[in-house]
Design a binder for this molecule. Structure first.
Ligand code: KIV
Length: 297
């Protein structure tokens, strides 16, 4: 049996992901921003780790994704890359990193690759074809991102479902076709009606990766902190929570706080003890050192 993206030996490449279109194995991408989250995502068997600019909101506490720079993204791509995952690392190009000139676009994409990304992602359709072709010219694979593009939050008037009107739906399909023809190896579709995602998926010979785009995509992506329940923001309806890590964290740290305050942490077993001889030499306990200073064998 030919290897699929999910059975191919490590590490996966952008061409492996592109070749997965239609092989019957839905692709899985999850965000990660540091070594521990990357290890969880990779060991869970995801095909791609997206070091997304959602970093700004879920890790750095900003209200939108516009606040992170290429240097911020590279810092987190490098942390993920140090774990040497089998999954393809996709580095998100932040706002303003691919809007100003071809030269700056290429330099910023190269910064993410030098930090360890195997591909970069950028938002937008036909408007961004020049940036896509500049990056592809330097042999860096590009993933597209259409529908709700959070870097356009001010232009589109909020985080809203896109492609609800006929013209808007057609524009998304045309943008997707243009990105695929330009050479993007996969396209993220965020917050679009499932019928629009289906039209795009059927029109392309590269995979679509949906987030809030229904089941007719070639793969799915979720933000790590959303799927494990590691924050308290109100999540959109397309998020399925698989754990309550915020609740677990609150419970664990709350019990630590209580133990310290009750004097039950640390216990004797959790303590490095001085030998009786040394305690005596230091005259720590006077004439009669307590027996507990000698650790159990
Ligand atoms: O930054 C991000 O996490 C993303 C996903 C929502 C696709 O772009």
């Amino acid at each position: 049996m030919a290897p699929t993206a999910s059975t191919r030996p490590r590490p996966l490449s952008a061409p492996d992901i592109a070749a997965a279109k239609g092989d019957g194995h839905p692709l899985v991408m999850v965000t990660a921003y540091d070594a521990p989250t990357a290890r969880i995502v990779d060991e869970s068997g995801a095909d791609m780790i997206l070091v997304g600019d959602s970093l700004a909101m879920v890790v750095l506490g900003y209200d939108d994704t516009l606040q992170v720079s290429t240097a911020d993204m590279a810092h987190h791509v490098a942390a993920v890359a140090r774990t040497k995952p089998r999954a393809l690392i996709v580095g998100d190009l932040p706002w303003l990193s691919y809007h100003l000139s071809r030269e700056e676009t290429v330099r910023n994409a190269a910064t993410l690759v030098r930090a360890g990304a195997g591909a970069v992602k950028l938002e937008g359709g036909r408007k961004r074809l020049d940036s896509v072709s500049a990056i592809l010219d330097t042999e860096i694979p590009v993933m597209g991102h259409l529908g709700l593009t959070p870097q356009s939050v001010h232009a589109i008037g909020g985080f809203k479902v896109q492609g609800r009107e006929l013209d808007a739906a057609r524009a998304i399909v045309d943008d997707a076709v243009a990105l695929a023809e330009a050479g993007c190896f996969a396209i993220v579709l965020e917050c679009v009606p499932d019928g629009v995602a289906r039209m795009v998926t059927d029109a392309l010979d590269v995979p679509t990766i949906g987030i809030g785009a229904g089941r007719h995509c070639d793969g799915q992506v979720l933000v790590f902190h959303d799927l494990v329940g590691l924050e308290d923001r109100k999540v959109p309806k397309f998020v399925r929570r698989y754990a309550d890590m915020l609740g677990m964290g609150l419970d664990a740290v709350g019990r630590f706080v209580a133990d310290v305050r009750a004097g039950t942490f640390p216990s004797s077993e959790e303590t490095y003890h001085m030998t009786d001889r040394m305690a005596e030499a230091l005259d720590l306990y006077g004439e009669a050192p307590p027996v507990s200073v000698t650790p159990p064998a």
